[in-house]
Design a protein around this ligand. Structure first.
Ligand code: NI
Ligand code: MN
Length: 234
């Protein structure tokens, strides 16, 4: 399977069952290596919450490709009202799609849609979540936007993780130290840091994170992908 990073928290994951996009913030993302219209064939769009740097181009891409937006019920319904296809789920539940299995996990974060012109300029989007994704028999974890929480240990115990994608930007989400500690709870074989250096208030040095991870949990390999780079897992 191939994991391609598009900057911020956006990943494109392709396996023999299909291809999914996670948190497709491309338009307006200074780190994105592609444009939304470059995404052609797609089987699912996983969106962790309604904030613009995660929902991103999901609705437009869904309308154009027919791929369903997968996320919590409240967010899925909103996307449907906007003309997208959606598959509503909620935290703790799993569903088997053609491309693989998705389970929603908790995330310690807020969620709303910024909708200019609506009554309060925002709409309720339910709870923020993270994703467990099983493709080609392997479990991957995308934490979404979240602070550190102890039940990451439970996630790792119940799903042996080939890869965890963890935010390290601090301020809105975990910083480097929390993310390195999260890796010890999750016991993932590999960790890709995300949600950093997109904006001036989430500046981090991913090599520093990798070094911290090496000291705290040497069983795990830190892999800082540049936008456009691909990690292959066989
Ligand atoms: Ni957010
Ligand atoms: Mn965010």
């Amino acid at each position: 399977m191939e994991i391609r990073y598009h900057g911020h928290s956006c990943f494109e994951i392709s396996g023999y069952g299909g291809r999914v996009l996670i948190d497709p913030f491309l338009t307006g993302n200074p780190k994105a290596d592609i444009k939304a219209e470059d995404i052609q064939q797609l089987d699912g769009i996983l969106v962790s919450h309604g904030h613009a740097d995660h929902l991103g181009d999901a609705i437009e891409i869904s309308k154009r490709t027919g791929a369903p937006i997968i996320g919590v019920y409240e967010m899925a319904l909103f996307c449907e009202r906007c003309g997208a296809r959606a598959h509503a789920m909620h935290i703790g539940g799993k569903h088997e799609f053609t491309f693989g299995t998705v389970r929603l996990t908790q995330a310690l974060h807020g969620s709303f849609f910024e909708v200019p012109g609506s009554e309060n300029n925002f709409e309720y989007a339910g709870l923020a979540c993270g994703f467990l994704l099983q493709m080609e028999g392997k479990w991957l974890y995308h934490a979404g936007d979240t602070g550190l929480f102890g039940d990451m240990e439970l996630i790792g115990r119940r799903h042996p993780l080939e890869l965890a994608m963890l935010p390290i930007g601090d301020n809105f989400v975990m910083g480097q130290e929390e993310a390195a500690y999260a890796a010890t709870l999750l016991r993932a074989k590999r960790v890709i840091p995300m949600h950093y250096n997109t904006f001036s208030n989430i500046k981090q040095d991913p090599n520093e994170f990798n070094e911290m991870l090496r000291r705290k949990f040497p069983e795990s390999q830190g892999i800082a992908l540049k936008p456009g780079e691909i990690l292959r897992i066989d």
